[in-house]
Design a protein around this ligand. Sequence first.
Ligand code: ZN
Length: 393
Amino acid sequence: MSGNIAAPGSQSSLREANSARIVDTVKRYGRITQVELASATGLSAATVSNIVKQLTSQGVVQTQTTIRSGRRAQLVTLARSTGLALGIEVGRRQMRLELSDAAHESTAHQHLPLPVDHRVDTTLDRAALLVMELTEGIGATLDDVIGVGVSLPAPVDPVTGLISVPGIMPGWDDVDVGEVLRRRLNRPVVVDNDANAGALGESRFGALRGVAMGIYVRCSYMTGGGIIMDGHVLHGDRGIAGEIGHVQVDPTGPICRCGSRGCLNTIVGADMIVDLLRLTRGRMSLQDVIHSANEGDPGCRQVIQDAGSAIGNVLADLCMALAPTVIVVGGELAQTGETLLSPIRDAVGGRPLLGGKVEVVPSELGDRAEVLGALAMAQDAGEPAYVHKEAIS
Ligand SMILES: [Zn+2]
């Protein structure tokens, strides 16, 4: 950063280190108050205030007065846009894109439906075209984009960038999504799984902000989890950590897409939920079921509650292994609110060793958790999963 390297241990080297810590933290959160900066960095309020003043005079950060919890607070952001980051969520039924500058002021976004079992070539073509449209739409070029983050609805190997469990996204298994987009856009591309992206999104911008050990569970057409440890996503070997949808809940149950028997997804996946209602409600989509549950249909509420109990039991086991303090519940099923959350809370709260200490809360980012996580991945370019670094040169 600075051209003058101070002697280690000296007053000025300490100040430089603290200053770098503050800049990193502002970069990470985008917008953060001085009070939050103090708790995120472990520095005293006075030190933060002094360093922020110095960084403001150097033109590195800027401050503005805001209100937090009814009090005046100084909000710190980076002084100028240092490049655009782009998040893309490729879902089973939809695609979302979000383009933002370093201050995380959302600059442009796009949301479009995708056909069921959409094809990898047409979807990535579309994604690349939309990236160009979005950047051009705000008068920028691809050169202004520092990185692209992509969220996929399947586990992604952080080493190879490929989907690590075949069969979950038919037709996508052998395609290097990061490489395809890098060639099209000539920008660094990071790829990760959707639940991991959602976890990162909530950790940076939502309900897991400041939480050292937390779980994000994505209850959607399939269910998956993302684990946050000290502000980072825990990937594990081949990116499989947190894949709670493939925890066995019924040893005699049907065969799952992954090849195993009786996985959680064979019980709470969208196909099973709509199947359970077919006899009495006819053909419904998952969105129909969610809508009817919210309108008070007892049958639709029942299947969502049962799904919540099944997911909650698996989460309770995961809590015994990880001891998180917060579980954030997102994904489409979470649009039913307490219908889904309450049985999850009961299942987790029912484990005496956890002592009712694990908070179970709804996602703060809602259906944008994954795309905002992909955006954070782009901003970090290099940290969570697979990066095509050659694109940087
Ligand atoms: Zn499975």
